[in-house]
Structure formats: C-alpha cells, structure tokens
Design a protein around this ligand. Structure first.
Ligand SMILES: [Zn+2]
Length: 245
C-alpha cells in the first residue's frame, strides 16, 4: 500500500490521464477496485476490498486523485458509457481487450491448463509476445473499419480503443458481429469488453497493482519492439532495482 501511495502521490500523471479524454472528462465516471485480486487493502475497507466503487463526485482531477489516495486501489478504471444530462446511457466507447492468459502457450498450455495449476492470471514471455502480435494484427484488422484507434498496454495484455464517433453509436448486434469477426480472424478477445457488458476499462497512466506496471498508451509503430519488462515508462519507481531482472 505504501507503493500505491507513493505512485499516486508522486508519479501518476494526472495531466496525461486528462488528455486521454479528448472531449474532456467532465461527464466521465471512474471506478476503483481496492483489493479483489491482490487481497491488499486498507484495513478499514476490508468489506469493500472486492467491490467496484464508482467515483463520480469530484470537481476536478486533483479531487479524483485524492479519492484514489483514500482507497489505495489495485486498479483504477473509467466507465466507457456516455451519459446524457439525465444520466441515461447514450453511447459507449468501443474497446477490445487482449490478455495473455487467453493465449494457448506452447509451454504452459491453455487457460484451463493454467487454471488447474492455479496460474489463471499468470503468463510467460512467450504468451506476452504472442498477445503483442495479436494486438498488432487486431489493430490492423480494425483499421479496415475505423480510423481513430489507440492501443494501450494494460499491464498484462493490450487494449485497443476505437474513438471514431460512429463506434460510440454501434448497436449490441453490431458489436456482437465485430466480436465474432475478430474471433474468427483468430484474435483472443474478451467478449465482455467488446459487447459492453463489462463497461469499465483501465485508466491510462494508472497503476496496475496486480503486476506493478503503469497502464501505458503506445503508438502502433512502437508495439512490436515494446518490452514490458524493461521499458521505463511502464515501470513504477517503487520497483527500483527489482525492475531490471
Ligand atoms: Zn507460457
């Protein structure tokens, strides 16, 4: 928790996180999960450690940061839903989630093999390299439909965000069709994210407390050589020397 406090006090780049929201963050809702996977949480939040806590009452991002510091969460998200002034959902940012554990590894096998060994959230360098290649491929696949794409290293795998205006308005049926085609093309995406049932997505520049990595937007042309073990931009300072293994 000291590490989380240090990160959100000294390192979290509030301005870059704000710049992520090209239309401003005034109507964006955020969320935190304190300790669902890590089981690390402030004692006073023991009962809420696994709860998704929505943060929608702040005047500016500095206030949001103060709230994050109060909870010291393992994860910070934002809500992809777009709401009107009455709080009704009027659209949703389209996103794709690629995680290495969904990759069948030549060494470690399928997700269910890994689950049997209680390694459901673990992944190796081979799997990371495979998921990186999928991110490049999925990006290029999506480029045939959309023009405003962004790719983010999530701390484990990659998220591809589609920011074209038309993508916010897609129906459930159209999202389902895009997910179907992506999977047919061989990409191991998480349906829940694409279909919008899971509407939260990790906030760029926040800390992924499961793996101690900073959620990092990348240019498409730097994806191929991106090295999550050594790239200083995704290494929180608290790792210190440990980061160079
Ligand atoms: Zn593996």
């Amino acid at each position: 928790m000291d590490e989380r406090r240090q990160f959100y006090t000294q390192e979290f780049n509030l301005q870059k996180a704000a710049d992520w929201f090209t239309d401003g963050f005034g109507n964006i809702k955020f969320a935190v999960i304190i300790g669902r996977h890590t089981k690390i949480y402030p004692e006073k939040y023991r009962k809420d450690a696994s709860t998704t806590i929505i943060l929608d009452d702040f005047k500016n991002l500095e206030e949001l940061r103060q709230q994050i510091l109060e909870f010291l969460p393992e994860a910070v998200y934002y809500d992809r839903n777009i709401y009107d002034a009455n709080g009704s959902k009027v659209g949703q940012e389209l996103a794709f989630d690629l995680d290495p554990e969904n990759i069948t590894c030549p060494i470690h096998g399928t997700l269910s093999d890994k689950m049997k060994r209680h390694q459901g959230l673990s992944f190796c360098e081979v799997e990371f390299d495979m998921v990186k290649k999928e991110a490049i491929g999925l990006y290029e696949f999506l480029e045939t439909y959309f023009s405003d794409l962004r790719v983010v290293y999530s701390g484990r795998g990659f998220h591809i965000h589609v920011l074209d205006q038309k993508a916010y308005k897609l129906s459930s049926k159209e999202r389902l069709e895009l997910a179907r085609q992506s999977k047919q093309a061989g990409f191991h995406i998480d349906d829940w994210v694409t279909l919008g049932e899971f509407r939260l997505i990790r906030l760029p520049y926040s800390l992924n407390g499961l793996v101690s990595r900073i959620t990092l937007p990348l240019r498409k042309d730097e994806l191929e050589s991106f090295d999550a073990v050594h790239d200083k931009r995704c290494l929180p300072k608290f790792l210190g020397k440990e980061a160079t293994f």
